[in-house]
Design a protein around this ligand. Structure first.
Ligand SMILES: C[S@@+](CC[C@H](N)C(=O)[O-])C[C@H]1O[C@@H](n2cnc3c(N)ncnc32)[C@H](O)[C@@H]1O
Length: 199
């Protein structure tokens, strides 16, 4: 049964995170050792801001984080910088300008927990999720450091295979994982890829 206020919801509330999704990222981080002090990270689809809050703490003292989302975020941290907008309309020069302003040349990691507004029609939602993922890969190509990592959420379905193939071409290692905090009735999976092959 769908339980909106489940264990992870309560835990997030108690620990001061605005969303339960933080436990998906913390599981991936424990498993793959993603975040280190002083890294530069791009968080696409960052609102309300649990992932950003988690990352901003892990990359201290000199790390910096840029978050992008259609919607406002509630996060306040002195190493977090926010760009409000649609990633399909985000011009590279707009992102580059903010990167320069905050002293980031390239990112060590790009993470995306983006999800499309769901229609309830499986094929349509999986298709939109794959479009988001493809755009994330484009932005990653422009901004990720050689050897860097990518974490990306995608809905399982036909087009997720083509995203997977693209990631296999672009990174040295890649895994697909379904963290424990993903709701049982969800088709979400996360791809964690390491060793970006910048050409
Ligand atoms: C599941 S939420 C992310 C939760 C976030 N990781 C956290 O821990 O708080 C997905 C986010 O993706 C954003 N999003 C969806 N499509 C987007 C787009 N085209 N451009 C920018 N953000 C988008 C939504 O506005 C939403 O805030």
């Amino acid at each position: 049964m769908y339980q909106p206020r489940d264990f992870f919801f309560q835990k997030a509330k108690k620990e001061g995170y605005p969303a339960r999704s933080v436990y998906k990222l913390s599981e991936l981080d424990k498993k793959y050792n993603l975040f280190q002090p002083n890294q530069f990270i791009l968080d696409l689809g960052c609102s309300p801001g649990s992932w950003s809050l988690y990352i901003s703490q892990k990359i201290k003292p000199r790390g910096r984080l840029i978050g992008v989302d259609l919607q406002e975020t509630t996060i306040e941290a002195d190493n977090f910088f926010f760009l409000q907008g649609d990633i399909f309309k985000l011009a590279q020069k707009e992102l580059s300008a903010l990167m320069t302003q905050v002293g980031i040349d390239q990112f060590n990691g790009v993470v995306s927990d983006m999800a499309p507004a769901t229609s309830g029609i499986k094929g349509v939602d999986a298709g939109r999720s794959a479009e988001l993922a493809n755009r994330v890969i484009e932005i990653t190509r422009d901004t990720l450091k050689k050897g860097g990592f990518l974490v990306i959420k995608i809905l399982e379905g036909g087009e997720h295979e083509s995203v997977w193939r693209e990631i296999k071409r672009t990174f040295k290692q890649q895994q697909q994982i379904r963290p424990k905090a993903v709701r049982p009735n969800s088709r979400e999976i996360y791809i964690v890829a390491h060793g970006f092959k910048r050409t």
